[in-house]
Ligand binder design. Structure first.
Ligand code: PHE
Length: 343
């Protein structure tokens, strides 16, 4: 029996040396030490031993069990250590690695420029007014001193929805809406928004574009106030060196009317291709609010006067950033748009 036990020890330890995973280890534990295992099997024969032999064999049996258990524990610990190390390695985070940049959106250049323009005027004490893009003929034309069949209506080819409803061709109808709302009180507003014209799209035209209208009404508002305001605006927008010049023009809703030029942003006024050698770039239309428009807005032209101006946001953005084609604003080319994210 002693020989069988010794042989079992040798066999078990040999087999245990080959083990290379926890499952195998467990199988061997069952095979040698389990209730129906080889060691138990041999020791079951102890009943037939003499009283002297029994403790000797019992001792050997215990030694063999201890030897096998020892190796199993050793192996077990080794597997556990290896597993822990693997897990730690897998879970290790190198906090010194650079982070992954998440793609983020950015404000569209047109909205950016519109916000800048709004900021300048809000800084000058203006409020922001808004009006509908689908407008009635009355607000878009009639109340702006453009009666039906007036030839000046052809200045702005319109998208009509019905005979009396159209997509607004400019932000000027918000002038009239604001006057009606303000009910005779002084006014100082800008009105940003989309406008629509039946133009063929090209580098400088679009059927839809953005305007910002300005309207100031109150006692003793003079053309010099308009000029000072616009000079302040262009200097904040294009820099201290920027100057303006007013050229006589015509709009049915202002009298007198003027077209405003700003010092060429490219050459500073010396003359270049951008300004066609004139040193000036046209940026907006303006004038003193026509007495008839004041009247239709519920204001008495003998008591108050006012000025108004209207500019294209696209045009300002083209000049400010030196962009040569208005269509860039609408075609959503990421290579174009992403340049403004960092500005
Ligand atoms: N509404 C005019 C346009 O769209 C611009 C303008 C606004 C001119 C206000 C004078 C006063 O061309």
């Amino acid at each position: 029996m002693k020989e069988r036990l010794e042989a079992l020890r040798v066999e078990a330890l040999q087999e245990l040396q080959q083990v290379d995973n926890p499952q195998q280890l467990n199988d061997l534990r069952v095979k040698y030490l389990g209730k129906k295992g080889a060691l138990t099997e041999i020791l079951r024969g102890m009943g037939g031993l003499s009283a002297e032999e029994r403790p000797v064999i019992g001792q050997v049996g215990n030694e063999v069990r201890a030897a096998i258990e020892g190796v199993i524990d050793e192996k077990q610990n080794a597997f556990l250590a290896a597993e822990t190390e693997n897990r730690l390695r897998a879970e290790t985070i190198d906090v010194t690695l650079p982070g992954k940049a998440l793609p983020t959106g950015a404000v569209h250049p047109l909205n950016k420029v519109a916000q800048e323009i709004e900021d300048v005027f809000v800084g000058l004490g203006y409020s922001i007014a808004e009006g509908p893009e689908v407008e009635t003929d009355y607000f878009n034309f009639e109340a702006l001193n453009l009666p039906k069949n007036h030839p000046a209506r052809d200045m702005q080819d319109s998208f009509y929805i019905t005979e009396d409803i159209l997509m607004r061709t400019h932000t000027s109808p918000v002038q009239v809406r604001t006057m009606q709302q303000m009910n005779g009180k002084p006014i100082k507003v800008i009105c940003p928004g989309k406008v629509y014209r039946r133009d063929d799209d090209d580098a400088t035209h679009s059927f839809m574009f953005n305007q910002i209208e300005g309207l100031v009404v109150g006692p003793n508002i003079r053309m010099s106030d308009l000029k000072g305001t616009l000079l302040q605006f262009v200097q904040q927008m294009f820099g201290e060196q920027a100057q303006i010049r007013l050229r006589p023009s015509f709009f049915p809703f202002t009298e007198p009317s003027a077209e405003v030029d700003v010092t060429c942003v490219q050459c500073g006024g010396h003359g270049c291709r951008m300004c066609k050698q004139t040193g000036w770039l046209e940026i907006l239309g303006c004038g003193m609010v026509h007495p008839r428009v004041l009247e239709m807005g519920g204001y008495d032209p003998k008591e108050v006067s006012g000025f108004a101006f209207g500019m294209g946001v696209e045009r300002i953005a083209l000049l400010k950033y030196g962009i040569d084609d208005i269509r860039h604003f609408y075609t959503n080319d990421q290579r174009f748009l992403s340049q403004f994210a960092r500005m």
